[in-house]
Unconditional design. Structure first.
Length: 193
């Protein structure tokens, strides 16, 4: 039927089954603009319509109220059941949204390199300048700045990424004799005799 307001379960009922006068009244809602729907709302429900409702939603709600007035509304038990279903759906949706949010990772204070006690001084020469780093309770201090890791200090000194403990000589060094193929060791005249 052209102009009929489709029901949520389209095809399960027709407006013709509820009486010709009621059918005409509900179909007539489709021709009304928002202002006329507001007037009709006041006539049928004796209250002002909510200001935020769109024309389509107001038309659907008004059609429902007109039908409920003529045919009877939901009984109390059915209304409670639908309310319970709606609340459960909202609860499940909220739980799913909470589960989808990334969990905050607890911030664990950094532990200075093993064996380094607060007050220990680490000294490194780089680019002709001697740099002194002090181990403090929360990490490391260099030039009146605080850092949480030696790698941050090494980056501040050099401007490039470094493994902090290796930069300060606290981890394995590359053996000096293993500098690569074809290079001469210091003091070696390139293998010539």
């Amino acid at each position: 039927m052209a102009g009929a307001i489709p029901s949520p379960a389209a095809g399960t009922s027709s407006l013709g089954a509820i009486g010709p006068e009621l059918t005409r009244e509900i179909e007539g809602l489709t021709c009304l603009d928002l202002g006329d729907l507001r007037i009709r709302w006041r006539q049928h429900l004796r209250s002002a319509p909510p200001p935020h409702l769109s024309r389509t939603l107001m038309m659907r709600l008004l059609a429902y109220r007109i039908q409920a007035k003529v045919l009877g509304d939901l009984d109390r038990d059915s209304a409670r059941l639908l309310d319970r279903i709606a609340k459960e759906r909202l609860r499940r949706r909220a739980a799913a949204e909470r589960a989808a949010k990334p969990k905050a990772v607890p911030i664990v204070p950094p532990i200075p390199a093993p064996g380094l006690r607060p007050g220990t001084l680490l000294v490194r020469e780089f680019a002709g300048e001697v740099h002194t780093v002090t181990v403090v309770a929360g990490g490391f201090a260099w030039k009146e700045a605080s850092f949480t890791s030696l790698s941050e200090v090494a980056r501040a000194i050099t401007g490039t990424r470094w493994n902090g403990p290796r930069f300060f000589g606290l981890r394995d060094k590359v053996p000096s004799g293993n500098t690569g193929a074809g290079t001469a060791a210091p003091g070696d005249a390139g293998g010539a005799a």
